[in-house]
Design a protein around this ligand. Structure first.
Ligand code: SAM
Ligand code: SF4
Ligand code: SF4
Length: 338
C-alpha cells in the first residue's frame, strides 16, 4: 500500500498509534487510577461512547496509510474489553502494519494469551511494580498479589509472545524493589523497562521529588551488574537500553522526566471514545468519533488527521516544570493508555 508520509511542525513523522480500547481497569494503581478518585461512583464511559471494533479498524487503516507502522493496544486494562483477539485479528490483517503489541497488567493473560497470539499479536508489555505481595497489593489498590501477574507472564511466554516488563518507580514506594525486579527479570530472560514516574493526568498528585531518575536506577544497578549500552534499534526508540554483560538480556529505561525524548516522538494516541491526542500530556483531544458517526468519508477523516498532525508542536516533557505539572490540564492515563 502506498503511504503518504506526513510531518508535524517539528518535522516528526507519524509512525506509531496507541489505541486505548477501554477506560476501565481491574486495578487501581495509585499512580494511575487512585482508588479514592476512581471509586464505585466514578462515571466510566458508557458502551455507546466506546469506538466499535469496526470503527477502530477503519481509523487504523487510515492511520496506516499516513505512515503508521506500529500499533499498541492499551487502556485502562485492554483485556477487560470483550473479544480482544477479534480486534487483534482485524488489525493485524491490515496491509502495511509491521508491529502490533499490547500493554496489560497481565492478570487476564492466562485466559487470552494463546488466542491473542493466534490472532496475530506479536508482543506484550506486562506491568509489574514489585515482587512483594503486600507492597504490590498496596500499589495496585486491589490487594492483588504477584502470582496472578507471574502466571500471566508465563502464559504469554508459553504462547510465543514477545514479553517485556514495565516497572514504574516512585520514590519511597517501590524503589526498594529495583534490584529484586532486575534480578528476577535477568534470571528469567525478560527485558525489564524502568519507567520514570510521570505527571500524567491530574489525579495522582505527582511531585518532581518522587521521581527516581534513570541515573539513580542505573547507578544502583551498576553496584550489582556489569552493564553495556545497546544501540537503538530504530529512530525514535523510546527505551534507552543496556545489556547485562555476557548475556543477551537487556534492561531499558523510559526517561520521560529526566531525559526527555520529544524531538523523536512519532506517537499518536486514540482514546477509547475516539479522540486523537498528539501528546500524552494534552488536555483535550481532537474528535474523530462524532465526525465518523455523522458520516464523514475516509477522505474527510484522512484530511482531518493530516491537519491535526501537521499542526502538532507538542514537546511537553522538554518543557515540564513543577508548575506545568500542577496547573496544566491533562487527560488521565486511563483514557489514552501509556
Ligand atoms: N493497564 C495496562 C497496564 O497497566 O499495563 C495498560 C494501561 S497503563 C495506563 C500503561 C502503562 O502506563 C503501564 O505500564 C503503567 O505502569 C504506566 N503508567 C501509568 N501511570 C503512570 C505514571 N503516572 N507514570 C509512569 N507510568 C505510568
Ligand atoms: Fe489499570 Fe494499568 Fe492504570 Fe494500573 S496502570 S490502574 S493496571 S490502567
Ligand atoms: Fe511525545 Fe508528548 Fe511524550 Fe514529548 S511529552 S515524548 S511529545 S508524548
Amino acid at each position: 500500500m502506498a503511504k503518504t508520509i506526513i510531518k508535524d511542525k517539528l518535522n516528526r513523522p507519524l509512525r506509531d498509534l496507541r489505541i486505548s480500547v477501554i477506560d476501565r481497569c481491574n486495578f487501581r494503581c495509585q499512580y494511575c487510577m487512585p482508588a479514592e478518585i476512581f471509586g464505585p461512583d466514578f462515571a466510566f464511559l458508557p458502551k455507546s461512547e466506546l469506538l466499535s471494533y469496526e470503527e477502530i479498524e477503519r481509523l487504523a487503516k487510515i492511520f496506516i496509510s499516513l505512515g503508521v507502522e506500529k500499533i499498541r493496544l492499551t487502556g485502562g486494562e485492554p483485556l477487560m474489553r470483550k473479544d480482544m483477539p477479534k480486534l487483534v485479528k482485524m488489525l493485524s490483517d491490515i496491509e502495511g502494519l509491521k508491529d502490533i503489541g499490547l500493554t496489560t497488567n497481565g492478570v487476564l493473560l492466562p485466559k487470552h494469551a494463546k488466542d491473542l497470539k493466534e490472532a496475530g499479536l506479536l508482543r506484550v508489555n506486562i506491568s509489574l511494580d514489585s515482587l512483594d505481595d503486600e507492597l504490590f497489593g498496596q500499589i495496585n489498590g486491589r490487594n492483588v498479589g504477584v502470582k496472578p501477574v507471574i502466571k500471566g507472564i508465563e502464559a504469554a511466554k508459553e504462547a510465543g509472545l514477545g514479553v517485556k516488563i514495565n516497572m514504574v518507580v516512585k520514590k519511597g514506594l517501590n524503589d526498594s524493589e529495583i534490584v529484586p525486579m532486575a534480578k528476577f527479570c535477568k534470571d528469567n530472560g525478560l527485558q525489564l523497562r524502568f519507567i520514570e514516574y510521570m505527571d500524567v493526568g491530574s489525579t495522582n498528585g505527582w511531585k518532581m521529588d518522587e521521581v527516581v531518575t534513570k541515573k539513580e536506577i542505573y547507578e544502583l544497578l551498576k553496584e550489582h551488574y556489569l552493564l553495556e549500552p545497546v544501540d537503538p534499534d530504530y529512530f525514535g526508540e523510546v527505551a534507552k537500553r543496556y545489556r547485562y554483560k555476557g548475556t543477551d538480556v537487556d534492561v531499558g529505561f523510559i526517561t520521560s522526566v529526566s531525559e526527555s525524548f520529544c524531538s523523536s516522538c512519532t506517537r499518536s494516541r486514540l482514546s477509547a471514545n475516539g479522540q486523537i491526542f498528539t501528546c500524552l500530556f494534552n488536555g483535550e483531544g481532537h474528535d474523530l468519533k462524532e465526525f465518523m458517526r455523522k458520516g464523514a468519508t475516509d477522505e474527510e477523516i484522512t484530511d482531518r488527521i493530516i491537519k491535526i498532525w501537521n499542526g502538532r508542536k507538542d514537546r511537553y516533557s522538554d518543557e515540564r516544570t513543577e508548575e506545568t505539572a500542577a496547573n496544566r490540564k491533562k487527560i488521565e492515563m486511563s483514557y489514552i493508555g501509556g
